[in-house]
Design a protein around this ligand. Structure first.
Ligand code: PMP
Length: 359
């Protein structure tokens, strides 16, 4: 067996210790005589896994009793529709900050449900920066303010939030659990699992309980956040194996020392890579240094014609999936929690050697 360093933006690398534990428990989970995939979602065993995942996430993010954790299906893209469907009831509009491809997609879907007010956008800067929050055109009578604090494709991240009385709805798909956040500042947080949480198939949704009152009876039952909360995310069969893996990832994260400890490592990993890129005339990153993502590091080569060779050689060197998103090209190294610092060192060594041979 030879595992490589996997820089995929998602589904992304999982901690090896988690995969090994899942492997060891695959045929017989804790003496149940079946794998988690084969047990009833209503069984005591699975209910204990679900409860464990919720308890660990609550501890890791320090979530207080004002919030409900939901495990939702359909991917984060489903929540682009499900969130306005649940939250705009009784309101005329929703506010959106546009900082890249994923906020744009959320805007496009929300338009089917409500009047979308884009309160700030960095589209004209090609999404290389974040609009100044003091200039946002916020409408305090809107249903909520949506934003995407880590744009996975553009490689743009911001940690601060605008000052507003509106509930803040945040797509944390590619940054959740990578750095400390104050959950109490948000109305709703959602995150597809396949980057920092586990395999694809489940979306973490943390919603302030008072917002559940907005979910209208006319919604499809399985889309209704209040109904999901009342049924402990089990209106129908949940993605049991994905939730089990998420619990193992949460356990691993606790063993690493929690979010604060992993944040320090993530900051070091990102700084090491950006410092190398900045010191080179061969590689470059276009993002405003104040808003560079710690999770997704896009970079280009001075000579575009070398890109295919870079990808071919990096793959051969055991550095997998360094191609940028198909919409933007170039390269992108996604370096989520499960990427060890050794992976960054190996990437930089390769990049340095490639530059020497081709500059
Ligand atoms: N939001 C962000 C920030 C993402 O990175 C992604 C996926 N890369 C999505 C939403 C969509 O996720 P899904 O494929 O689970 O629908």
């Amino acid at each position: 067996m030879s595992r490589v360093y996997n820089f995929c933006s998602g589904p992304a690398a999982l901690p090896e210790a988690v995969l090994k534990k899942a492997q060891a428990e695959m045929l017989d989970w804790h003496g149940a005589g079946v794998s988690v995939m084969e047990m009833s979602h209503r069984s005591e065993e699975f209910m204990s896994i679900l409860a464990s995942a919720k308890a660990r996430l609550t501890r890791l993010l320090n979530i207080n009793d004002d919030y409900e954790i939901l495990f939702v299906q359909g991917g984060a893209s489903t929540l682009f529709s499900q969130i306005p469907a649940n939250l705009v009831n009784g309101f005329d509009s929703a506010c959106f900050l546009n900082t890249g491809a994923w906020s744009s997609k959320a805007i496009k879907e929300a338009k089917r449900y409500t009047n979308v007010k884009v309160v700030g956008s960095s589209k004209e800067q090609n999404y290389t920066t974040v609009p100044d929050f003091s200039s946002l055109d916020l409408d305090e009578s809107a249903a909520y303010l949506h934003l995407c604090p880590n744009e996975t494709i553009g490689g743009l991240e911001f940690a601060d939030l605008p000052e507003t009385g509106l509930p803040i709805v945040a797509d944390l798909s590619s940054t959740i659990l990578s750095r400390k956040i104050d959950v109490s500042k948000y109305g709703l947080i959602y995150a597809g699992a396949q980057k920092n949480v586990g395999p694809a198939g489940v979306v973490i949704c943390i919603i302030r309980k008072d917002l559940l009152a907005r979910s209208h009876d006319s919604l499809p039952s399985i889309w209704n956040f209040a109904n999901l909360a009342a049924n402990d995310s089990m209106i129908n069969t949940p993605p049991t194996f994905a939730i089990y893996l998420a619990d193992l990832v949460f356990e691993w994260l606790e063993e690493q020392g929690g979010v604060e400890a992993i944040e320090a490592i993530n900051a070091l990993k990102a700084k090491t890579l950006y410092d190398f890129i900045d010191a080179s005339a061969f590689y470059s990153n276009p993002i405003d240094p104040a808003f560079r993502s710690r999770m997704n590091v896009p970079f280009t080569l001075a000579d575009e014609s070398l890109e295919a060779l870079f990808l071919q050689e990096s793959e051969a060197a055991g550095l997998r999936t360094l191609a940028g998103h198909r919409s933007v090209g170039g390269m992108r190294a996604s370096i989520y929690n499960a990427m060890p610092i050794e992976g960054i060192v190996a990437l930089i060594e390769f990049m340095r050697d490639f530059e020497k041979r081709h500059a």
